[in-house]
Design a binder for this molecule. Structure first.
Ligand SMILES: C[S@@+](CC[C@H](N)C(=O)[O-])C[C@H]1O[C@@H](n2cnc3c(N)ncnc32)[C@H](O)[C@@H]1O
Length: 215
């Protein structure tokens, strides 16, 4: 992850909540509530952005660590956490290389970031490494639609999205979880599969991540 990408997100931090407000209400809020219902124990959120998930889950986590490649995003999320009475630990860096020990977290949250990371596989492997055996990864993303019309619009969006945004509209990170060593336990999606929500666990015995039942 070069500086350019971090600088791009730094530049988005101040306007992010405003520019996503339309989708927040219609698509994202429901996914955040679904995720928050499943949060327990010490929790790491990777790509926390401005902290839009925090109002949903802050009271359910025993402690919160926020990681983001953008310092500006991290500052916005930390301010939001403090308003909610939480003092988070923060980690400024790339989700593919977290300066954290193995098997450290009960819950990991990752929303709307797999669409913009450089290497999805590397980030998922890193999340699996720092998740405790038996712990849960909770993920939501806008993904490749299940409808032909949806996929056509997404193809056009992929072509016209400015390179610096590095936004991908047709990924499906759920399909990569088994190779990262994680087993999908629950999944559900919004209409036309625009937003897909996933809960996955790190098996207590390594190598038992069964093939994704939802694939
Ligand atoms: C589309 S925003 C989503 C923010 C937030 N998770 C949400 O649900 O509103 C993507 C966030 O991921 C961060 N990000 C992008 N690539 C990253 C990476 N490789 N490692 C960590 N954070 C990353 C960006 O800085 C930005 O805050």
């Amino acid at each position: 992850m070069g500086m350019t990408r971090a600088a791009y997100w730094d530049g988005e931090a101040a306007s992010y909540d405003r520019s996503t407000a339309f989708f927040e209400k219609r698509l994202f809020a429901e996914a955040r509530a679904w995720i928050a219902d499943r949060v327990e124990g010490n929790t790491l959120e990777v790509g926390s952005g401005t902290g839009a998930n925090l109002p949903y889950y802050a009271s359910r986590a025993t402690d919160v660590t926020l990681a983001d490649v953008s310092g500006e995003m991290l500052a916005a999320a930390s301010a939001r956490a403090r308003d909610l009475g939480v003092t988070p630990r923060t980690l400024h860096g790339d989700g593919a290389h977290l300066d954290l020990p193995d098997d450290a977290f009960d819950t990991m949250i990752c929303t709307f970031i797999m669409c913009c990371v450089e290497d999805e596989r590397a980030v998922l492997r890193e999340l699996a490494r720092v998740l405790k055996p038996g712990g849960r990864l909770l993920m939501a993303d806008h993904v490749e639609s299940s409808t032909r019309l949806g996929r056509s619009v997404q193809w056009v969006l992929d072509v016209f999205t400015p390179k610096k945004a590095a936004e991908h509209h047709r990924r499906r990170p759920i399909l990569l979880l088994p190779e990262a060593g994680l087993r999908v336990t629950e999944t559900t999606a919004s209409r036309w599969r625009l937003v897909e929500r996933v809960a996955a666990t790190k098996p207590e015995t390594p190598g038992t991540a069964a093939t994704d039942p939802a694939a």
